[in-house]
Design a protein around this ligand. Structure first.
Ligand SMILES: Nc1ncnc2c1ncn2[C@@H]1O[C@H](COP(=O)(O)OP(=O)(O)OP(=O)(O)O)[C@@H](O)[C@H]1O
Ligand SMILES: [Mg+2]
Length: 332
């Protein structure tokens, strides 16, 4: 009998500091005191971890942290109750500044390029990933990577997960995604735009999306879940068919981080060994709960349950609606 592992390792190669200023009637060239200022650790993997924590799911963030910003990231994660095992790097972690202007309804972003990581630091991240995955039920890889990292990094991390027989979920874009897909992650969660770039063609919803997902599933990826913003998500799993999960209408405040919340919901359903369509229900509910709240992956678990009860599940491939198995959890 194996030990029951309850942890999820979340890779966040691009962790940084997100500073958000609210400036009414912001204009270039002006001088302002923001009406509010918040500082938090950010990056897609950090967002996923924040959502996992809200859902009561144990997690460890693997990533890089450097300089004073790196120390701020670590302190901020600690304050937020998030667990992290970060590789210390020589260069300074990046800061992203968002200026929100509610009067004009605009958001201005200033994104630092971020640190250049060395081969030795990347090697230590690989070691952290392996070590942490050994005591985890699954891995999640989310977001972009800093300069210095080869486009093969995610493919290598997926190979490590496979060698340890751990399922791995992936959310990335462009060349990082394309190369990672060649290593056959267990689950991918592209949005429509990312899927179109991956298959290099425009896709109609749902026909072409189903075709593209079918090809990916036939190539050896167990689950393809394509997120469609307010339209929900179309998910396909090898043994469970194709489903369209639609959220109820909600009042959107900011959907930044909805894809990250979606991943967290999917992962938690997988830990709970729910049926495939119930993975989609929880994932879509988390994405919607995120969209009606300000801040990336800041939402309420009770609200997720309310929305989940209203998610509409439709089977698109005419299979038996009654039966489906928990894909990601049985995949390893
Ligand atoms: N306006 C909305 N109303 C209801 N649900 C939403 C809305 N926007 C997003 N969602 C939910 O969140 C999920 C993920 O959203 P989306 O497709 O926008 O991901 P994304 O483009 O990867 O976002 P990001 O990368 O910013 O996290 C959707 O599948 C849907 O369930
Ligand atoms: Mg996304």
């Amino acid at each position: 009998m194996g030990v029951l592992l309850r942890l999820i390792t979340v890779l966040c190669a691009n962790a940084g500091i997100d500073k958000t200023y609210e400036v009414p009637n912001f204009a270039p060239g002006g001088y302002y005191h923001p009406s509010s200022a918040t500082t938090s650790a950010g990056g897609k993997g950090v967002n996923v971890a924040r959502a996992l924590a809200t859902l009561g799911q144990a997690h460890v963030i693997a990533g890089f942290a450097g300089g004073n910003n790196g120390r701020l990231i670590m302190r901020n994660l600690l304050d937020a109750g998030l667990q992290a095992d970060l590789v210390s790097i020589a260069e300074e972690s990046r800061i992203t500044i968002s200026i929100i202007d509610r009067e004009q309804g605009t958001q201005t972003r200033v994104d630092e390029v971020g640190p250049l990581v060395t081969p030795g630091e990347i090697g230590r991240l690989r070691d952290t990933w392996r070590r942490s995955l050994q005591r985890s039920a699954m891995g999640i890889i989310a977001g972009s990577a800093p300069r210095g990292v080869t486009l093969e990094l995610y493919a290598e991390l997926i190979e490590i997960a496979k060698s340890l027989k751990k399922p791995v979920m992936l959310d990335a874009r462009d060349e990082l995604l394309a190369r990672a897909v060649a290593a056959r992650p267990t689950v991918i969660t592209p949005n429509l735009n990312e899927l179109q770039r991956l298959v290099r063609r425009q896709l109609s919803v749902p026909e072409d999306v189903i075709k593209a997902a079918t090809d990916l599933v036939e190539s050896g990826i167990a689950v393809v879940a394509v997120t469609l913003g307010a339209r929900g998500a179309i998910g396909m799993a090898r043994a469970s068919g194709v489903w369209w999960a639609r959220p109820p209408a909600i009042e959107r405040v900011s959907s930044v981080g909805s894809g990250d919340a979606f991943m967290a919901g999917f992962a938690v359903a997988s830990m709970e060994r729910r049926s495939f369509e119930e993975h989609l229900r929880l994932a879509v509910a988390c994405g919607a709960a995120n969209a009606e709240t300000a801040g990336a992956c800041v939402f309420d678990a009770a609200r997720v349950r309310e929305i989940a009860a209203e998610v509409c599940l439709e089977r698109l491939d005419g299979g038996d609606e009654q039966e489906s198995a928990p894909e990601a959890s049985k995949q390893a």
